[in-house]
Design a protein. Structure first.
Length: 203
């Protein structure tokens, strides 16, 4: 059956209301071309899933924060976000190990204690808001963080399809992010000197 088509404005409105038909449409329209690009660079399908998922979240946040004015189609814009995320991941993977070695050599004991404190506070913030979410979202997010595949999660949660699980994962993560970024403590931790400001884990 042919899937319903959406205009750019339909998609913007749908993202703001977490419309599952819009999310499925964006996935169907954009994912495979992104996956081909990432595969050609040596990435896995899981890399493609992660990058696409994060690109959707960034698109949502841009729409919500900036009253987005597009100069291209929303699909082109989403693809550009995803490709930039993938490029950043490649660069990050190449440089990560040398950066870790250099950081360990230059951090003072005081710096290390401060960094550990910030990381602990961030983790407490994530956990507190996770535990405030509906039970099904809590279970789903914990399974994703534990490394279970979408197929395994679909079976354990008794969902009808993997596609539904993808949509549910996005909506649960979005709910958690909204809770976190509206917490005053998040703003304090975002401005800390050490660590990656305001970083939210990729699931």
């Amino acid at each position: 059956m042919k899937r319903k088509q959406f205009t750019d404005q339909n998609i913007i409105d749908g993202l703001l209301t977490n419309n599952k038909e819009v999310l499925a449409f964006l996935y169907d329209y954009n994912f495979e071309s992104l996956n081909r690009k990432i595969s050609s660079d040596g990435g896995s399908r899981k890399d493609s899933e992660d990058v696409f998922h994060d690109a959707l979240l960034i698109l949502y946040l841009k729409i919500k924060k900036e009253n987005l004015q597009l100069t291209c189609s929303i699909h082109t814009f989403l693809q550009a976000i995803a490709r930039n995320l993938w490029k950043r991941k490649i660069v990050s993977d190449i440089t990560r190990y040398t950066q870790i070695d250099n950081t360990l050599e230059t951090l003072s004991e005081e710096d290390e204690i401060e960094e550990e404190y910030i990381q602990v506070e961030r983790r407490k913030l994530y956990i507190r808001h996770l535990l405030d979410m509906p039970d099904d979202c809590q279970r789903l997010i914990k399974m994703v963080v534990a490394g279970l595949s979408l197929q395994e999660i679909t079976k354990l949660m008794a969902y009808n399809s993997v596609e539904y699980t993808k949509t549910k994962r996005f909506r649960c993560k979005l709910m958690l992010i909204k809770k976190i970024i509206n917490d005053p403590l998040y703003k304090e931790l975002k401005n800390e000197r050490l660590g990656t400001p305001g970083e939210i884990p990729r699931w």
